[in-house]
Design a protein around this ligand. Structure first.
Ligand SMILES: [Mn+2]
Length: 354
């Protein structure tokens, strides 16, 4: 049994490590039921910078979240723990992001040094594959310890290894609830096969794919992605425009949530790209798109998933970003991210109680 710790003052100068815990909960990994893996990675980020700062921003802002919560109750007593910041992975991210930027620059300038461009692409794709393997191994170790898993990115390419590990654990008997502005179903993006814009294409073409991919909030996608959605009976997309039209005509969000939940199997993995929200809640995320979900709508949806008797089995939260500013200048993004992370942890624990 843990006591509610006193709130700490926000200090952006503090270098945060695992000894500070998350949400101010002073439990060790061994004492915690939920283990979070930070993945500071944004190698293929195409537009805004700073998604690799996500784990630090969320951890820092988590100190301000009150543990008392009317929906998830005292789930936190199960203990939440974020693993230590992986400095080696962050260094690898910095190096390969540089190479990716160089390649994008050469493409833009229509360079004809094809050998160099091939070499850069190969190095970037290899680093991304190694990142996925690292996340897979981290996720496996959490699951083998009989703990509950959450991934905190990083850009949206980060959870692939975690989804593979979860799929093995559940023999493929699970669905993904994918909250995002983007369909993320591109075969590759800017020449990168493991791009943030390809995560769900990679997930759905993996032998360890889920039974169903249910996308919500999608409002930025290309024709190829739209056709891919239409061609697959195991993908159901609730486009933002369709949801908004129904709401504006007077349907309730509750009715829409029931339609979304009906598409999900019993076991639900949540992949939450913060840009699925209205950009007012994530102004510094890498690829913001107007429209989107409110925090209230998302929290309501989580509640309804639980009420339906479905089981949230793991999650990722990604694309919380500093936008390339100092972390402290994007404090709001971290604040919203931390509150979402808190609910995800809480519902995860509630779904595994009894
Ligand atoms: Mn995404």
């Amino acid at each position: 049994m843990l006591n509610t710790p006193a709130k700490k003052t926000f200090d952006p100068t503090i270098t945060i490590s695992a000894e500070f815990g998350i949400f101010g909960i002073p439990s060790t990994e061994a004492e915690s039921q939920v283990v979070l893996i930070p993945v500071p990675w944004e190698v293929t980020t195409s537009y805004g910078n700073g998604a690799s700062r996500g784990p630090q921003m969320v951890r820092q802002a988590s100190e301000q979240v009150d543990l008392f919560d009317l929906e998830v109750g005292k789930s936190y007593e199960a203990g939440y723990y974020m693993r230590d910041f992986p400095s080696d992975l962050y260094a690898k991210n910095e190096k390969h992001k540089g190479l990716a930027q160089e390649l994008i620059g050469m493409r833009t300038e229509l360079s004809n040094d094809l050998e160099k461009m091939d070499s850069l692409a190969a190095q970037v794709n290899m680093a991304c594959t190694e990142m996925t393997q690292w996340v897979y191994e981290q996720a496996r170790s959490v699951l083998q310890d009989n703990k509950l898993l959450g991934v905190v990115g990083g850009d949206h390419s980060t959870p692939l290894g975690a989804i593979q590990a979860i799929s093995e654990q559940y023999n493929g008997n699970f669905g993904i609830l994918h909250l995002d502005a983007h369909a993320d179903l591109r075969k590759s993006y800017q020449g990168f096969t493991q791009s943030h814009a390809s995560i769900m294409y990679n997930v759905m073409n993996d032998p360890r794919k889920p039974q169903k991919l249910v996308q919500v909030g999608i409002r930025d996608f290309c024709e190829e992605e739209y056709n891919f959605i239409q061609s697959r009976s195991d993908i159901k997309t609730f486009f933002d425009i369709s949801l908004k039209r129904r709401l504006l005509k007077g349907e309730t969000w509750e009715a829409l949530c029931q339609d979304i939940i009906k598409e999900l199997p019993q076991n639900v993995y949540i992949s939450f790209d913060i840009d699925g929200l209205d950009p007012a809640f994530c102004p510094h995320t890498g690829t913001p798109v107007p429209g989107g979900l409110s925090v209230d709508q998302v929290f309501f949806l989580f509640n309804e998933i639980y009420a339906s008797g479905r089981k949230i089995i793991a999650f990722d939260l990604n694309e919380v970003s500093s936008g390339g500013l100092e972390d402290s200048e994007a404090e709001w993004d971290g604040n919203v991210g931390a509150r979402i992370l808190y609910k995800l942890c809480g519902w995860l624990v509630k779904c595994h109680s009894n």
